[in-house]
Design a protein around this ligand. Structure first.
Ligand code: AHG
Ligand code: MN
Ligand code: MN
Length: 324
């Protein structure tokens, strides 16, 4: 059976040739990151880079390498006006007359690198609206305005998962040809589920509504939900969300009382918005306890949010508990 490659898919589905080119460029750079990863310790990519990012998190060597690779590739495209990355303090200007702004998490789940477990690259594309050099203010658009969003998952196989605003598709990397080939043309998340993902070690720090909601899932068939739930936690949002796109489920990274002033751990513009668009386009729901993530007006590029996403009925119920 012959499968459609990414380039052919984009020629017929991307709203413009320039957006198609941008996504192909991310696919190209993901091949290099895959090569970095596949050599592991042999490529001297493991461990810490010896610095912190602007959010006070230790940077891994591969966070820095992946960031540089993506920044270089995107900055070379005339259509790119500017980029914002989890690993860059400020927005980076590219071409003043470009039409796109790209935000990305170069390496999601970077604590997994040293244990040879799954990581990914998450990206989001917005339209630009400025003159002269790009400013941070131009990036502060609600997630609903994303023109495209997706991720590359570096797992046992490498996959590129994408939305250009209508539906979600999955491509699998074929090492022999170096091509991404379409392997799932219509991703859809069931409304109900029996599996959830949350870092349970933080349970005692959550809001009481979240404690009650997850507590009831844990009670299984003896509790009010009347059925047993399974739990999974990869510690890479990209892999946890991928599982939900493949077989359903719920993912939460809630607010936590240890840092009450910090809304959550995950970043709105590099993680929650792109994953949120994918989940919504696949028929799931994505919210904070206050409402839909994609409607949030960002205040700054490195903003954090609590995240509840996945199976529509579970997300709705979890939200109800918070709003009671
Ligand atoms: P990053 O590696 O880009 O900093 O993101 C890691 C995030 C997210 O991918 C994951 O769901 C979460 O952190 C894991 O957090 P815990 O360490 O609390 O499990
Ligand atoms: Mn991340
Ligand atoms: Mn990261």
């Amino acid at each position: 059976m012959s499968r459609q490659n990414l380039s052919d898919y984009l020629s017929s589905h991307a709203p413009s040739a320039t957006l198609a080119q941008l996504i192909l460029s991310i696919a190209e750079v993901s091949r290099a990151i895959r090569d970095d990863l596949s050599g592991g310790a042999l490529n001297d990519i493991l461990g810490a880079a010896g610095a912190e990012n602007v959010q006070g998190e230790e940077q891994k060597k591969l966070d820095v390498i992946a960031n540089e690779r993506i920044k270089t590739a995107l900055s070379a495209l005339p259509s790119v006006r500017g980029i914002a990355s989890e690993e860059e303090d400020e927005v980076v200007a590219a071409h003043n007359d470009g039409e796109f702004l790209v935000t990305f998490d170069p390496l999601d789940g970077s604590s997994n690198i040293d244990i040879n477990s799954m990581v990914g690259t998450i990206f989001s594309v917005l339209g630009s609206r400025g003159e002269g050099a790009v400013s941070e203010a131009e990036f502060l658009q609600p997630g609903r305005q994303q023109l495209a969003a997706g991720y590359v998952l570096y797992g046992p196989s490498v996959m590129l998962v994408l939305t250009v605003g209508k539906g979600v598709v999955m491509f699998t990397y074929e090492p022999k040809s170096g091509e991404y080939l379409l392997t799932e043309a219509e991703v859809s998340i069931a409304r109900e589920c029996k599996e959830f993902a949350i870092n349970m070690s933080n349970q005692r720090h959550w809001h009481p509504a979240m404690q009650r909601y997850i507590g009831e899932l844990l009670q299984g068939s003896e509790g009010p939900r009347g059925k047993n739930y399974n739990m999974r936690w990869v510690a890479a949002m990209v892999a946890d969300v991928h599982r939900i796109l493949c077989r359903g489920g719920l993912f939460c990274y809630p607010w936590d009382a240890r840092k009450p002033e910090q809304a959550g751990k995950l970043r709105l513009m590099y993680e929650a918005n792109p994953m949120g668009l994918l989940v919504e386009q696949a028929g799931g729901k994505v919210c904070t306890p206050d409402g839909n993530i994609l409607d949030i007006q960002p205040e700054h590029i490195h903003q954090r949010v609590p995240v509840i996403l996945g199976a529509a009925d579970e997300v709705t119920l979890c939200l109800d508990y918070h709003q009671q």
